[in-house]
Design a protein around this ligand. Structure first.
Ligand code: NAD
Ligand code: DAU
Length: 356
């Protein structure tokens, strides 16, 4: 009973593969193009484990997708592979359209051809699980109710527009062809192996290096944070019991402003690795806002709880403490991902023109 995971060398995908092998124990075929965000070191714990097969390749390569489906006959595809960083989508949207839209289309067509040839129990069991984001719903006013699954799609960035497009393709392949799909729309994840271009890991690694902690705009934008392993258990629950063609919102019930997040990270570092120069809060620096910056996201995760009994196991306090400790214990991983390409991104993104 193999599953095919796409993007399983990235942040959430690698946590999912590790979680799946630990919790379910079934074999995983992991298709990943190893872009700047993909890292085989995330999967080092599975070296020599016959349950994990890594395939270096592109989800836009239909012949490869067809070959993997024919060879491994997976009972499910769990689709994480994407370009995922909003700021990169603003400075270079083309790759987002290719991977997130054309890549999802290619996988859907591969899955449709494969599923069309299955029979009996194998056909009945097959699932296409599309991993998506709360950003497709747009931005919430401060006191508006959290996003339910019925919230209209109002994507605001090239990234969220590309994810919204992929969600619509998945919906249409179910509606038109009957492909057995489920979609999850999740809030902001954090935890181990999070690439330090995103808020929480960037703040941790910059603080430890004594560098400025860049806060976009007024720091009052709100995100709903979920520990990554809770996202993984949510995906397992939906894959196992989600109704076909349905979408499920997954979130942490943890709305925080960016400034609150950065204060928490600084305070934990002050406790766990005090700096003789004083509190890490001294490094907080306000910079020019992200163009089109969504003000607030919040997930109403009652449907997945009601139907499937899923709730997050971590509170924000326990999850963020584990995360900060993980970065303190894995400075080798941080050094490895901060390659030349990473430095180019940081100087492009936070260079002179960004300073407030
Ligand atoms: P990530 O950027 O850390 O990882 C993406 C992975 O996809 C990388 O391993 C990369 O090499 C791979 N990839 C990119 N293009 C590919 C291609 N053409 N073919 C094959 N592999 C390719 O992303 P993440 O943060 O782990 O997000 C995973 C998924 O979850 C994405 O679909 C994202 O939209 C969604 N999501 C992320 C969050 C979050 O907070 N990070 C929240 C909700 C949903
Ligand atoms: O909501 C789910 C989404 O969360 C996922 O779909 C995306 O893949 C993921 O990247 C994330 O998007 P965000 O844009 O919310 O995450 P990011 O970590 O880039 O930014 C979080 C908030 O912090 C956002 O309001 C922008 C702000 N920020 C970010 C960076 C990198 C800063 O203030 N300074 C920074 O340097």
């Amino acid at each position: 009973m193999t599953i095919l995971v796409t993007g399983g060398a990235g942040f959430i995908g690698s946590n999912f593969v590790l979680d799946w092998v630990e919790q379910v124990g079934e074999p995983v075929v992991n298709l990943d193009a190893l872009t700047y965000a993909g890292n085989r070191a995330n999967l080092a714990a599975l070296a020599g484990d016959a349950r994990h097969t890594f395939v270096h390749g592109d989800i836009c390569d239909r012949a490869l997708v067809d070959r993997l489906l024919a060879e491994h006959r997976p009972r499910a595809i769990v689709h994480f592979a994407a370009e995922s960083h909003v700021d990169r989508s603003i400075s270079g949207p083309a790759e987002f359209m290719r991977t997130n839209v054309t890549g999802t289309f290619t996988l859907l067509e591969g899955a449709r051809a494969h599923w069309g040839g299955l029979q009996g129990a194998e056909r009945e069991a097959f699932r296409f699980h599309h991993v998506s984001t709360d950003e497709v719903y747009g931005s919430l006013a401060p006191d508006a109710p959290a996003f339910t699954e019925d919230h209209p799609y109002e994507p605001n960035s090239p990234y969220s527009a590309s994810k919204a497009a992929s969600d619509h393709l998945v919906r249409a392949w179910h509606h038109t062809y009957g492909l057995p799909v489920v979609t999850t729309n999740c809030s902001n994840n954090y935890g181990p192996f999070h690439f330090p271009e995103k808020l929480i890991p960037l703040m941790i690694v910059n603080a430890l290096a004594g560098k400025p902690l860049p806060i976009y705009g007024d720091g009052q934008n709100v995100r709903d944070w979920l520990y990554v392993r809770d996202h993984c258990s949510g995906i397992r629950a939906v894959l196992a019991g989600g109704r076909l063609g349905e979408t499920y919102n997954i979130g942490g019930w943890n709305e925080k402003t960016n400034l609150e997040i950065v204060h928490t990270v600084c305070d934990l570092l002050d406790e766990l690795k005090p700096d003789a120069a004083g509190s890490y809060r001294r490094l907080i620096t306000y910079v020019k806002d992200r163009p089109g910056h969504d003000r607030r996201y919040a997930i109403d995760a009652r449907k997945v709880e009601r139907e499937l009994g899923w709730r997050p196991a971590e509170t924000f306090d326990t999850g963020i403490r584990k995360t900060v400790r993980w970065y303190l214990d894995h400075t080798d991983w941080v050094q490895q991902v901060q390659s030349g390409a990473y430095r180019d991104w940081v100087s492009q993104q936070y260079g002179a023109e960004r300073r407030a």
